[in-house]
Design a binder for this molecule. Structure first.
Ligand code: GAR
Length: 266
Protein backbone atom coordinates (compact mmCIF):
# COMPACT_ATOMS: atom_id res chain seq x y z
CA UNK A 1 0.00 0.00 0.00
CA UNK A 2 1.21 3.51 -0.92
CA UNK A 3 2.20 5.93 1.84
CA UNK A 4 -0.57 8.12 3.31
CA UNK A 5 -0.53 11.57 1.76
CA UNK A 6 -0.64 14.77 3.80
CA UNK A 7 -3.28 17.12 2.49
CA UNK A 8 -3.17 20.87 3.18
CA UNK A 9 -6.32 22.80 2.48
CA UNK A 10 -7.26 26.42 1.80
CA UNK A 11 -10.86 27.61 2.07
CA UNK A 12 -12.79 30.90 2.11
CA UNK A 13 -16.32 29.92 3.05
CA UNK A 14 -18.59 27.19 4.31
CA UNK A 15 -16.12 24.36 3.75
CA UNK A 16 -18.58 21.70 2.60
CA UNK A 17 -16.04 20.31 0.10
CA UNK A 18 -13.53 20.23 2.94
CA UNK A 19 -16.00 18.12 4.95
CA UNK A 20 -16.47 15.69 2.05
CA UNK A 21 -12.69 15.29 1.71
CA UNK A 22 -12.15 14.84 5.46
CA UNK A 23 -14.89 12.19 5.45
CA UNK A 24 -13.26 10.37 2.50
CA UNK A 25 -9.96 10.33 4.45
CA UNK A 26 -11.70 9.02 7.56
CA UNK A 27 -13.40 6.25 5.56
CA UNK A 28 -10.12 5.33 3.90
CA UNK A 29 -11.42 6.14 0.39
CA UNK A 30 -8.49 8.55 0.24
CA UNK A 31 -5.28 7.21 1.75
CA UNK A 32 -4.48 10.53 3.40
CA UNK A 33 -4.95 12.96 6.27
CA UNK A 34 -5.87 16.64 6.23
CA UNK A 35 -2.96 18.29 8.05
CA UNK A 36 -4.13 21.91 8.05
CA UNK A 37 -6.97 24.17 6.92
CA UNK A 38 -6.03 27.77 6.16
CA UNK A 39 -8.25 30.65 5.12
CA UNK A 40 -8.05 34.20 3.79
CA UNK A 41 -11.27 34.95 5.66
CA UNK A 42 -11.42 34.94 9.48
CA UNK A 43 -15.20 34.46 9.32
CA UNK A 44 -15.07 31.33 7.13
CA UNK A 45 -17.54 28.81 8.59
CA UNK A 46 -15.32 25.96 7.49
CA UNK A 47 -12.65 26.99 10.02
CA UNK A 48 -14.95 26.09 12.90
CA UNK A 49 -15.79 22.76 11.25
CA UNK A 50 -12.07 21.98 10.91
CA UNK A 51 -11.40 22.94 14.55
CA UNK A 52 -14.14 20.53 15.63
CA UNK A 53 -12.25 17.81 13.77
CA UNK A 54 -9.05 18.85 15.61
CA UNK A 55 -7.39 19.89 12.36
CA UNK A 56 -4.88 22.78 12.79
CA UNK A 57 -6.23 26.01 11.27
CA UNK A 58 -4.83 29.46 10.47
CA UNK A 59 -5.93 32.69 8.84
CA UNK A 60 -4.09 35.10 6.58
CA UNK A 61 -6.50 38.02 6.41
CA UNK A 62 -6.12 39.07 2.77
CA UNK A 63 -8.71 41.90 2.86
CA UNK A 64 -6.86 43.60 5.72
CA UNK A 65 -3.44 43.14 4.10
CA UNK A 66 -4.72 44.67 0.84
CA UNK A 67 -6.43 47.56 2.65
CA UNK A 68 -3.33 48.39 4.71
CA UNK A 69 -1.07 48.22 1.67
CA UNK A 70 -3.25 50.61 -0.33
CA UNK A 71 -3.38 53.04 2.61
CA UNK A 72 0.38 53.16 3.11
CA UNK A 73 2.38 51.19 0.52
CA UNK A 74 5.69 52.63 1.75
CA UNK A 75 5.20 50.93 5.13
CA UNK A 76 5.33 47.46 3.60
CA UNK A 77 8.23 45.11 3.14
CA UNK A 78 8.29 42.58 0.35
CA UNK A 79 9.60 39.07 0.90
CA UNK A 80 13.40 38.86 0.29
CA UNK A 81 12.91 36.49 -2.63
CA UNK A 82 10.22 38.62 -4.32
CA UNK A 83 10.84 39.49 -7.99
CA UNK A 84 8.01 41.64 -9.35
CA UNK A 85 9.21 41.56 -12.99
CA UNK A 86 9.52 37.76 -13.01
CA UNK A 87 5.96 37.39 -11.68
CA UNK A 88 4.62 39.97 -14.14
CA UNK A 89 6.05 38.02 -17.06
CA UNK A 90 4.81 34.63 -15.84
CA UNK A 91 1.31 35.51 -14.65
CA UNK A 92 -1.73 35.35 -16.89
CA UNK A 93 -4.29 36.24 -14.22
CA UNK A 94 -4.59 39.87 -15.30
CA UNK A 95 -4.92 41.10 -18.88
CA UNK A 96 -1.64 42.60 -20.07
CA UNK A 97 -3.60 45.71 -21.19
CA UNK A 98 -4.36 46.59 -17.53
CA UNK A 99 -2.39 49.61 -16.24
CA UNK A 100 1.11 48.75 -15.01
CA UNK A 101 0.33 50.31 -11.63
CA UNK A 102 -2.77 48.11 -11.18
CA UNK A 103 -0.87 44.95 -12.15
CA UNK A 104 1.99 45.84 -9.78
CA UNK A 105 -0.34 46.57 -6.85
CA UNK A 106 -2.22 43.32 -7.44
CA UNK A 107 0.97 41.27 -7.50
CA UNK A 108 2.59 43.12 -4.60
CA UNK A 109 -0.40 42.77 -2.26
CA UNK A 110 -0.87 39.11 -3.15
CA UNK A 111 2.82 38.32 -2.70
CA UNK A 112 2.76 39.85 0.81
CA UNK A 113 -0.30 37.72 1.66
CA UNK A 114 1.18 34.64 -0.03
CA UNK A 115 4.46 34.97 1.88
CA UNK A 116 2.37 34.94 5.08
CA UNK A 117 0.47 31.86 3.82
CA UNK A 118 3.75 30.05 3.04
CA UNK A 119 5.09 30.94 6.46
CA UNK A 120 1.99 29.49 8.22
CA UNK A 121 2.03 26.42 5.98
CA UNK A 122 5.70 25.74 6.73
CA UNK A 123 4.65 24.44 10.17
CA UNK A 124 2.66 21.63 8.48
CA UNK A 125 4.54 19.71 5.77
CA UNK A 126 2.15 18.51 3.05
CA UNK A 127 2.17 16.50 -0.19
CA UNK A 128 -0.88 18.05 -1.84
CA UNK A 129 -2.48 21.46 -1.44
CA UNK A 130 -6.23 21.41 -2.06
CA UNK A 131 -8.14 24.63 -2.76
CA UNK A 132 -11.70 23.98 -1.57
CA UNK A 133 -13.71 27.12 -2.22
CA UNK A 134 -10.62 29.34 -1.81
CA UNK A 135 -11.67 32.55 -3.50
CA UNK A 136 -8.24 34.13 -4.04
CA UNK A 137 -6.06 33.82 -7.12
CA UNK A 138 -2.58 32.51 -6.40
CA UNK A 139 0.31 34.22 -8.19
CA UNK A 140 3.47 32.57 -9.58
CA UNK A 141 5.24 33.77 -6.39
CA UNK A 142 3.25 31.24 -4.35
CA UNK A 143 2.87 28.56 -7.02
CA UNK A 144 6.64 28.32 -7.70
CA UNK A 145 7.32 27.87 -3.99
CA UNK A 146 4.87 24.96 -3.70
CA UNK A 147 5.47 23.28 -7.08
CA UNK A 148 9.16 22.66 -6.67
CA UNK A 149 9.45 19.50 -8.80
CA UNK A 150 9.11 20.21 -12.54
CA UNK A 151 6.22 18.27 -14.13
CA UNK A 152 4.75 17.42 -10.70
CA UNK A 153 2.15 20.05 -9.84
CA UNK A 154 0.65 19.68 -6.38
CA UNK A 155 -2.00 22.38 -6.06
CA UNK A 156 -5.55 21.27 -6.98
CA UNK A 157 -8.66 23.38 -7.33
CA UNK A 158 -12.36 22.70 -7.79
CA UNK A 159 -14.34 25.02 -10.02
CA UNK A 160 -18.14 25.19 -10.26
CA UNK A 161 -18.41 24.99 -14.07
CA UNK A 162 -17.31 22.88 -17.00
CA UNK A 163 -13.98 24.57 -17.72
CA UNK A 164 -12.78 26.17 -19.91
CA UNK A 165 -16.26 27.74 -19.83
CA UNK A 166 -17.03 30.26 -17.08
CA UNK A 167 -13.76 30.74 -15.25
CA UNK A 168 -14.03 33.23 -12.39
CA UNK A 169 -15.95 33.64 -9.20
CA UNK A 170 -19.52 32.57 -10.06
CA UNK A 171 -19.43 29.42 -12.17
CA UNK A 172 -22.95 28.16 -11.43
CA UNK A 173 -24.44 31.66 -11.77
CA UNK A 174 -22.68 32.19 -15.11
CA UNK A 175 -23.86 28.76 -16.32
CA UNK A 176 -27.47 29.65 -15.43
CA UNK A 177 -27.37 33.15 -16.93
CA UNK A 178 -25.92 31.82 -20.18
CA UNK A 179 -28.92 29.52 -20.60
CA UNK A 180 -26.78 26.36 -20.63
CA UNK A 181 -28.61 23.04 -20.87
CA UNK A 182 -25.83 21.23 -19.04
CA UNK A 183 -23.82 22.37 -16.01
CA UNK A 184 -20.97 20.79 -14.12
CA UNK A 185 -17.83 21.03 -12.06
CA UNK A 186 -14.13 20.61 -12.79
CA UNK A 187 -11.09 19.63 -10.73
CA UNK A 188 -7.78 20.84 -12.16
CA UNK A 189 -4.19 21.58 -11.23
CA UNK A 190 -3.38 25.26 -10.76
CA UNK A 191 -1.22 27.05 -13.30
CA UNK A 192 -0.35 30.74 -13.77
CA UNK A 193 -3.77 31.66 -15.19
CA UNK A 194 -7.28 31.87 -13.77
CA UNK A 195 -8.91 28.39 -13.69
CA UNK A 196 -6.80 27.47 -16.73
CA UNK A 197 -4.65 24.59 -15.46
CA UNK A 198 -4.66 20.96 -16.66
CA UNK A 199 -7.99 19.22 -16.02
CA UNK A 200 -8.06 16.11 -13.82
CA UNK A 201 -11.79 15.35 -13.77
CA UNK A 202 -15.21 16.73 -14.63
CA UNK A 203 -18.83 15.82 -13.87
CA UNK A 204 -21.93 17.19 -15.55
CA UNK A 205 -25.67 17.39 -14.89
CA UNK A 206 -28.67 18.33 -17.03
CA UNK A 207 -30.32 21.73 -16.52
CA UNK A 208 -34.11 21.64 -16.74
CA UNK A 209 -36.51 24.51 -17.55
CA UNK A 210 -37.55 24.67 -13.91
CA UNK A 211 -33.98 24.99 -12.55
CA UNK A 212 -32.86 28.13 -10.70
CA UNK A 213 -29.35 29.27 -9.74
CA UNK A 214 -29.94 27.70 -6.34
CA UNK A 215 -31.08 24.31 -7.70
CA UNK A 216 -28.14 24.31 -10.13
CA UNK A 217 -25.73 25.02 -7.27
CA UNK A 218 -27.30 22.18 -5.27
CA UNK A 219 -26.94 19.70 -8.15
CA UNK A 220 -23.37 20.88 -8.77
CA UNK A 221 -22.26 20.66 -5.15
CA UNK A 222 -23.61 17.11 -4.86
CA UNK A 223 -21.29 16.18 -7.75
CA UNK A 224 -18.36 18.18 -6.30
CA UNK A 225 -18.48 16.10 -3.11
CA UNK A 226 -17.90 12.96 -5.23
CA UNK A 227 -15.52 14.33 -7.83
CA UNK A 228 -13.01 16.06 -5.52
CA UNK A 229 -12.31 13.01 -3.31
CA UNK A 230 -12.01 10.85 -6.48
CA UNK A 231 -9.37 13.18 -7.95
CA UNK A 232 -7.46 13.37 -4.66
CA UNK A 233 -7.55 9.57 -4.46
CA UNK A 234 -5.95 9.38 -7.94
CA UNK A 235 -3.20 11.73 -6.73
CA UNK A 236 -2.69 9.66 -3.56
CA UNK A 237 -2.38 6.52 -5.69
CA UNK A 238 0.34 8.20 -7.75
CA UNK A 239 -1.74 7.87 -10.92
CA UNK A 240 -1.64 11.49 -12.15
CA UNK A 241 1.03 12.85 -14.45
CA UNK A 242 1.08 16.05 -16.45
CA UNK A 243 2.43 15.80 -19.97
CA UNK A 244 2.89 18.30 -22.79
CA UNK A 245 0.73 17.54 -25.83
CA UNK A 246 1.22 19.17 -29.21
CA UNK A 247 -1.91 19.77 -31.28
CA UNK A 248 -2.59 21.10 -34.75
CA UNK A 249 -5.55 23.49 -35.03
CA UNK A 250 -7.95 23.59 -38.01
CA UNK A 251 -5.42 25.70 -39.95
CA UNK A 252 -2.59 23.32 -39.17
CA UNK A 253 -0.89 25.66 -36.67
CA UNK A 254 0.81 23.76 -33.87
CA UNK A 255 0.26 24.61 -30.22
CA UNK A 256 1.24 22.96 -26.96
CA UNK A 257 -0.81 22.30 -23.85
CA UNK A 258 -0.21 20.53 -20.55
CA UNK A 259 -2.74 17.77 -19.97
CA UNK A 260 -3.28 15.24 -17.20
CA UNK A 261 -2.77 11.55 -17.95
CA UNK A 262 -4.44 9.10 -15.57
CA UNK A 263 -2.63 5.76 -15.20
CA UNK A 264 -4.75 2.61 -15.16
CA UNK A 265 -4.65 0.40 -12.07
CA UNK A 266 -2.19 -2.44 -12.68
C1 GAR B 1 -17.87 25.40 -4.40
O1 GAR B 1 -18.99 25.40 -5.23
C2 GAR B 1 -16.60 25.52 -5.24
O2 GAR B 1 -16.68 24.87 -6.48
C3 GAR B 1 -16.52 27.00 -5.42
O3 GAR B 1 -16.90 27.56 -4.19
C4 GAR B 1 -17.81 26.66 -3.53
C5 GAR B 1 -17.24 26.39 -2.15
O4 GAR B 1 -18.15 25.73 -1.35
N1 GAR B 1 -15.20 27.41 -5.80
C6 GAR B 1 -14.94 28.45 -6.58
O5 GAR B 1 -15.82 29.16 -7.06
C7 GAR B 1 -13.47 28.71 -6.82
N2 GAR B 1 -13.28 29.74 -7.78
P1 GAR B 1 -17.65 25.07 0.03
O6 GAR B 1 -16.87 26.15 0.76
O7 GAR B 1 -18.94 24.75 0.75
O8 GAR B 1 -16.82 23.87 -0.30
Amino acid sequence: MEKKIRIGMLISGSGTNMEAIVKACEKGTINGDVVFVGSDNPAALGLKKAEKKKIPTFVVYYAEIIRNFKRAPEEHFFPDDFDLEDIKIKQSLIKKKTSTKKISTFIETRAIAEAALLEKMSAHPFDLLVLAGFMRNLTPYFIDRVNTTPGKPRIMNIHPALLPAFAGTDGYGDTFRHGCKVGGCTVHFIDYGEDSGPIIGQRSFPIEKTDTIESIRKKGLALEYKLYPECIRLFAEGRLTVVKMTYADAKGNLSQRSVVKIAQVQ
